[in-house]
Design a binder for this molecule. Sequence first.
Ligand SMILES: Nc1ncnc2c1ncn2[C@@H]1O[C@H](COP(=O)(O)OP(=O)(O)OP(=O)(O)O)[C@@H](O)[C@H]1O
Ligand SMILES: CC(C)(CO)[C@@H](O)C(=O)[O-]
Ligand code: BAL
Length: 286
Amino acid sequence: MFTSRADFDAALAQFATPGRVAVVMTMGALHEGHASLIRAARARVGAKGVVTVTVFVNPLQFGAGEDLDRYPRTLDADLEVAAAAGADIVFAPPVEEVYRGGEPRVRMTAGDMGERYEGASRPGHFDGVLTVVAKLLHLTRPDVAFFGEKDAQQLAVIRRMVLDLDFPVEIVGAPTVREIDGLALSSRNRYLSPQERTTALALSRALFAGRDAGRDPAAVRSAARAVLDEAASLQPPLDLDYLALVDPLDFTEVPDDHTGEAVLAVAAKVGSTRLIDNVRLWFGAA
Ligand SMILES: Nc1ncnc2c1ncn2[C@@H]1O[C@H](COP(=O)(O)OP(=O)(O)OP(=O)(O)O)[C@@H](O)[C@H]1O
Ligand SMILES: CC(C)(CO)[C@@H](O)C(=O)[O-]
Ligand code: BAL
C-alpha cells in the first residue's frame, strides 16, 4: 500500500505492461461490489497487467452537513479485500498528497448533468467527483478505469468528461452487486440499524416492481412509486428524495413514448442515511 505519489510511481514502474493498466477508484470500506470491480479489472488486463485500487475519501464531493467525518475508514480490511480480489497496488493517499496546492481553485464542472437528481440534492457533488477522478486518472495513468453502475449518474458524468475532454482512457461500467434480498451493496449500509435496513429494502423493491410492471414508462413509474409511497409509512419511514426514469447517457427524464435504454433511479433517506439505487431497462417499440 502506498500513500505518496513518488512511492506509487515507483511501484507502478515495476510493471512493464503497456496497454494493460487498470484502475478501480474507491472511497474505501470495501465490500463485494468493489471486489467485483477489481475482479473485472483483473480479468480485463490479465495476469501480466496491473490493477491499481485507489482508496481516497474525497472532501471535495461532500457537501456541508454530509457524512465526510463519519464516512467509514477501514484501511487494513480494505487491503485484504483488494488483494483477495486481484489488486496489485493500493494507492491510499492522504488529502494533502492529492490536493498538494490546498483547496483547488481550478476544478472540473459536470455542467447541466451535474445539476439534476443527485446533483440537485448534493450541489457541487459531481464537480468534486470529476475533479478528483481527473486527478486520480492523471496520477494512476490507466488504460482502463472501472466504475459501478450503482452510481449511474456518476458513471454518466465521468463518461461525458472523458468524451468531452479526450481523456486517453476507456471507461467500463460494471453491474450492481446486491444482497440476496435485493439491497444494493454500499459502504453506507453500515450506518443502518436492522429496522432501517428493512425499510431500505423498499428502494430495490420499488425498482424491481417498476422493472416488472410492463412495457411503457408510465406503468414503470407508477408501479415503483406505489412501493415507495407505501414505504413512507413504515417505521422508520422511507423519506423519498427522487424517483426518475432517465436516459442513461445524460440523465434527462425520458418521455412516455420512449424506446431504447433507460435507467430507473431512486434516492431516499432512511433515518440519517441517504441511499441510492437504480436498474437499467429497455423499452421496445410498441
Ligand atoms: N453494489 C455495488 N456494485 C457494484 N459496484 C459498486 C457497488 N457499490 C459501489 N460500487 C462502485 O464502487 C466504486 C467506489 O464506490 P464507493 O467507494 O463510493 O462505494 P459505495 O459503496 O458506493 O459507497 P457509498 O456508500 O459511499 O455510496 C464506484 O464506482 C461505485 O459505483
Ligand atoms: C469515483 C469516486 C472514487 C471519486 O471519489 C467516488 O465518487 C466513488 O467511490 O464512487
Ligand atoms: N458513491 C459515490 C460517492 C459519494 O456518495 O460521495
